[in-house]
Design a protein around this ligand. Structure first.
Ligand code: NAD
Length: 479
């Protein structure tokens, strides 16, 4: 069982707030972790410790800082199995997916090491003789990070690695539903990173709000729901902290014309059902030309039925449970609402049980047909293993359905027609655009969304500099 308070100034301290537990979502009777929430005073203490540590960290040359971070990443890699197990135990995804998440987070973090050396500076000509102009970047300062439960290592490391390499200190509040992995990450950093550079404050919304509202915070990076993102945006306005918000999605795959329908459907199903659909980049809508509708529905349903639901620790499992009771109830209610509005489940459509796993939060992989653009299952993020299929007759209609939602995170097109591809690249109102494959992003490409899916700089790779550094215009006259 994991037991943690908060990591403040290099020491694990008992939380002065309320204790809370996590449970294995495949067998909720099993307790996985016991945590103590930080008090507002402890959050403040962590921010002060971060400021003190950052003053020393920022003056270390960035290449040298990179070498220290590399040691930290190597230490994390040595604990890969332990990290992957912690993900599956609290979040529920199959262990193979957890291992993949650990590996991907390390690869993304290692890519960031190079960004530290690059420095993102420019030398420009001046309008005046004898003057040299430069644009330089400096560390932002103290970064507050707040993360959700669906990717317990990928999301925290996507914030920790750039914060560190660009010379910042970071205080992370992981999701109260899956904090074990973040605690292991921070524990691994002890003795490698200077005390106070990477701290954890545990707890729920109140602890997150105390962190965002702390006057010593220079930037807030948040990944989570739109509703919470709006609250955090408003809170951060008070101190004018820089903000990067990565929010939800209602991602679509448009199937226009394909030579290999099987390969296309394999890509869609992987992107839709990985992590039991609890990915912000999961494909949630399939918008298909009516001429392909029957084949697409049949192919999606056949693939959905093949998933083996179970405990993520069982190697036979290909889909784990939903992560918590509230999420299970939410998905159940949303699909019921869709059916009451006229959608029909051609497979799945209800919660299910797995023998030997009492009370596990399992939900059948679901394909909904007869969905029209105005229905709630066509517009709202479900965050579960559910695909809504919508038919179109012409491309204008397809684009209108594609872009007719509040979100703008990611999208995929399946087509061999250059004109259609070009139009999709130009008109898909999404931060990430994929053609002829699913919505799984690379480790070095900017990651983020437009519309309700995000505010501020994208994360991952070179884009991260825009949030984790401040920009300065320098004019030098040499004598
Ligand atoms: P959530 O918004 O409920 O919680 C996210 C985090 O915010 C948690 O750590 C929570 O404790 C904290 N929090 C809640 N209220 C707060 C407040 N008032 N002030 C400060 N912190 C607060 O989201 P969730 O249920 O954990 O995650 C699911 C959501 O996250 C989905 O909408 C999903 O699309 C989104 N998400 C987006 C991305 C992305 O990169 N765009 C990635 C993963 C998940």
């Amino acid at each position: 069982m994991y037991e943690y308070g908060s990591l403040i100034a290099g020491q694990w301290v008992r939380g002065a707030g309320a204790a809370f537990e996590t449970r294995n979502p495949a067998r909720p009777a099993e307790r996985v972790g016991r945590y103590e929430a930080a008090s507002a005073e402890q959050v403040h203490e962590a921010v002060l410790a971060a400021a003190a540590a950052q003053r020393r960290w920022k003056v270390i040359p960035s290449v040298e800082r990179g070498a220290i971070v590399e040691k930290f990443l190597a230490a994390l890699e040595a604990r890969s199995d332990e990290l992957a197990r912690s993900i599956t135990l609290e979040q529920g995804k199959p262990l193979a997916e957890s291992r993949g998440e650990v590996a991907k987070s390390l690869a993304e973090s290692r890519f960031m090491l190079g960004e530290a050396a690059r420095g993102h500076s420019e030398v420009l000509p001046s309008a005046r003789a004898g003057i040299r102009n430069m644009v330089i970047h400096r560390p932002l300062g103290v970064v507050a990070a707040i993360t959700p439960w669906n990717f317990p290592i990928l999301t925290p490391m996507r914030k920790i690695a750039p914060a560190l390499v660009f010379g910042n200190a970071i205080v992370l509040k992981p999701s109260e539903f899956a904090p074990a992995t973040a605690c292991l990450i921070a524990d691994t950093a002890r003795g490698i990173l200077p005390d106070g550079i990477l701290q954890i404050v545990n707890g729920g919304a109140a602890v997150g709000a105390a962190l965002v509202g702390s006057p010593g915070v220079h930037g807030v990076t948040f990944t989570g729901s739109v509703a919470t993102g709006k609250r955090i945006y408003a809170l951060a306005a008070d101190s004018l902290a820089a903000v990067s918000l990565e929010l939800g999605g209602k991602n679509a795959a448009v199937v226009n014309d394909v030579t290999d329908l099987g390969a296309c459907l394999d890509q869609i199903v992987a992107a839709a059902f990985m992590c039991a659909g609890q990915r912000c980049t999961a494909i949630s809508r399939v918008i298909v030309h009516r001429r392909l509708l029957a084949d697409v529905e049949e192919g999606l349903a056949a693939r959905a039925r093949k998933f083996v639901l179970g405990d993520g620790m069982d190697p036979a499992t290909t889909m784990g449970p939903l992560t918590n009771e509230a999420q299970h109830a939410r998905v159940t209610k949303m699909v019921e609402a869709g059916v009451s509005e006229g959608a029909r489940a051609i497979t799945g459509g209800r919660p299910t049980t797995v023998a030997g796993l009492d009370g596990g939060y399992f939900y059948e992989p679901t394909v909904l047909t007869g969905v029209t653009p105005g229905m709630s299952v066509a517009r709202d993020e479900i965050f579960g293993p559910v695909i809504s299929v919508l038919a179109y007759d012409d491309l204008d209609q397809a684009f209108s359905i594609l872009n007719g939602v509040e979100y703008g995170l990611t999208s995929a097109l399946f087509s061999n027609d250059n004109g259609v591809i070009q139009r999709f690249v130009d008109e898909s109102e999404n931060g990430m655009i994929h053609v002829n494959h699913g919505t799984i992003p690379d480790i070095h490409m900017p990651f983020g969304g437009v519309k309700a899916s995000g505010v501020g700089a994208y994360s991952v790779g070179a884009s991260a500099a825009a949030f984790y550094t401040t920009e300065h215009s320098v004019y030098v006259k040499h004598r």
